[in-house]
Design a binder for this molecule. Structure first.
Ligand code: ADP
Length: 190
């Protein structure tokens, strides 16, 4: 009956959340132990961005968040593990939509910076306090302002993103002004 269906939907959703939590936790432990295998090859990031956007579009539409990509004609080809970089894009874009207010916007910038690849995901969310800009990249660290409205996260996504970008010899950081949105940026070497 209807009530049983409702309960089963909740159970399925919560099971998926647990699977994601276990997988994230295993991923991070493996990377911290230096046991994660990366498969590097020269690649264009454009198809990965499109894939991430395609997956996340229904969520953005449901929240009425405008998604936009601003990229150079030919972003630099850099060595990357495409599956892992896709994981970072999913985390950045997913967070940007999650923390952005209804009717807000998320913009992805892709460009070359002295031959390096620079990707930035900018949102119109609540922003992050200065003292937490670095801490949120540590596991289980969540900024109280944004997270008080969204208790559901694991606090592992950005720690995993940091491990992945560092394994590529790249850099990752966040920039924000409280109340003015946030930008999450990574740079991959040529
Ligand atoms: P989760 O989103 O599961 O909590 P993450 O590691 O991806 O874990 O993010 C850690 C914390 O960083 C979040 O809980 C939130 O406090 C903060 N954060 C991440 N992205 C954003 C964003 N776009 N805007 C505001 N805060 C953010």
């Amino acid at each position: 009956n209807e009530n049983q269906k409702k309960l089963l939907t909740i159970i399925a959703k919560e099971s998926n959340r647990l699977i994601e939590l276990v997988n994230s936790s295993l991923d991070l432990s493996k990377m911290e132990a230096g046991m994660m295998v990366f498969h590097f090859s020269p690649a264009d990031i454009t198809p990965l961005i499109h894939k991430a956007l395609e997956e996340i579009e229904p969520l953005a539409m449901a929240k009425k968040v405008h998604l936009e990509v601003e990229r150079q004609e030919r972003p630099p080809i850099v060595k990357m593990d495409q599956e892992k970089i896709l994981q970072v894009l999913r985390n950045f874009i997913g967070n940007a939509i999650k923390f952005t207010f209804e009717g807000g916007a998320v913009k992805i910038w892709v460009r070359s910076e002295g031959g390096k690849l620079r990707v930035s995901v900018q949102d119109t969310g609540p922003g992050i306090s200065k003292e937490n800009l670095t801490a949120i990249f540590e596991k289980f660290q969540q900024d109280t302002l944004a997270s008080s409205r969204h208790m559901k996260g694991t606090g592992l996504g950005l720690a995993i993103a940091k491990q992945i970008i560092t394994a590529h010899g790249g850099k990752v950081w966040a920039e924000s002004e409280l109340g003015q949105g946030s930008s999450f940026i990574f740079v991959l070497p040529a």
